[in-house]
Design a protein around this ligand. Structure first.
Ligand SMILES: [Ca+2]
Ligand SMILES: [Ca+2]
Length: 73
């Protein structure tokens, strides 16, 4: 289920996702998040995990990433 998102916005988020997804496996792990945002405190990453990891598999899919970041418009 995706909420309304412009194509342009989707492409932007997808590029952002791919940039963070260092090994390109289609999922963002906590380690990838940390290496992409070295300044991010562990608490922030922990909060991200709880809020955004909808299926609780310990990593972010593109859908979860878009739900998290795309909802902030
Ligand atoms: Ca990855
Ligand atoms: Ca997940």
């Amino acid at each position: 289920m995706t909420h309304e998102l412009s194509h342009e916005r989707f492409e932007t988020l997808k590029r952002e996702f791919d940039a963070i997804d260092g090994d390109g496996d289609g999922f963002i792990t906590e380690a990838e998040l940390r290496s992409h945002f070295p300044a991010l405190p562990p608490e922030a990453i922990g909060a991200l995990d709880r809020d955004a990891d909808v299926d609780a598999d310990g990593r972010f899919s593109l859908e979860e990433f878009i739900r998290l970041t795309g909802a902030r418009d």
